[in-house]
Design a protein around this ligand. Structure first.
Ligand code: ADP
Ligand code: ADP
Length: 231
């Protein structure tokens, strides 16, 4: 699903900054992988490269068995929209739209028919336990509900892989577990591959494997056994 080989990223500036050095990482289809490491270690950089919104300085990267470095700009935009789902720390929802309107946004861009959109929203809302709040506006709902809405939006187009950046970073423990329960369910039921950057031991405990990164290098990896006990 993801094959990263010898990947390096140098940010140009007054002083060039090596953010990632010779990263090798393979994520199999259906895996749920956590990326952990201190602030500034290169986690966001790695996620941005996999998200195809930034380009490496050297090395190769295959996302869903395709090579984003060979794609033209508009091909890349379509690839990202169809095959990837994104979940952010601050939810990235449009506050004045309703929950339902936010969830269908990725489908409207794809020109999916209204009836099909409605059916998909009903199903995804049911799965995420947000059916009762579909007509509410984002500013009327809680942080936990907002993150479940964002998860719904991230999977409504049935992406092969979901990339999450600190999904529990703005949530209390109870909402964090609720959000992670949903991500786990999507991973297990839909076989959606998950790559998640996190500082949160609770979030990490849901993964099958955690890759640790420091100073732009991978330095350790924990498989579960049971990460729920490891963290
Ligand atoms: P993390 O997500 O682990 O906090 P980042 O990937 O954001 O780490 O950053 C890794 C390193 O690269 C840091 O030292 C950061 O300051 C630097 N960095 C990140 N983005 C840029 C950029 N656009 N320009 C220059 N340096 C950057
Ligand atoms: P995170 O909390 O995810 O680690 P950061 O606060 O490190 O994110 O970075 C936020 C954004 O700023 C990222 O998109 C990153 O690429 C960019 N950034 C980080 N460090 C630098 C830097 N030294 N120069 C320019 N941009 C940076």
């Amino acid at each position: 699903m993801l094959k990263v080989k010898n990947l390096s990223k140098v940010y140009d500036g007054k002083v060039a900054h090596k953010a990632l050095t010779n990263i090798d990482l393979t994520i199999e289809e259906g895996e749920f992988v956590g990326i952990m490491g201190p602030s500034g270690s290169g986690k966001s950089t790695l996620l941005n490269l996999v998200a195809t919104i930034d380009q490496p300085t050297s090395g190769s990267i295959m996302v869903n068995d395709k090579d984003p470095l060979r794609m033209k700009h508009n091909e890349l935009a379509i690839f990202r929209r169809r095959e990837l789902g994104f979940i952010f720390q601050d939810f990235n929802l449009l506050p004045t739209l309703t929950v339902e309107e936010n969830i269908v946004l990725p489908l409207t861009l794809e020109g999916v028919r209204v009836k099909e959109m409605e059916e998909r929203v009903v199903a995804v809302a049911e799965k995420l336990g947000i059916t009762p709040i579909l007509k509410k506006r984002i500013y009327e709902i809680s942080g936990g509900q907002a993150q479940r809405t964002a998860i719904a939006r991230a999977i409504i187009h049935r992406p092969k892989m979901v990339l999450a950046d600190e999904p529990t970073g703005n949530l209390d423990s109870k909402s964090s577990r609720a959000a992670m329960d949903m991500m786990e369910k999507i991973n297990k039921q839909d076989k959606t591959t998950m790559m998640m950057v996190t500082h949160d031991p609770v979030a990490a405990s849901y993964t099958e494997r955690v890759v640790f990164i420091k100073d732009g290098k991978l330095f350790n990896e924990i498989h579960r056994g049971d990460n729920r006990q490891a963290f």
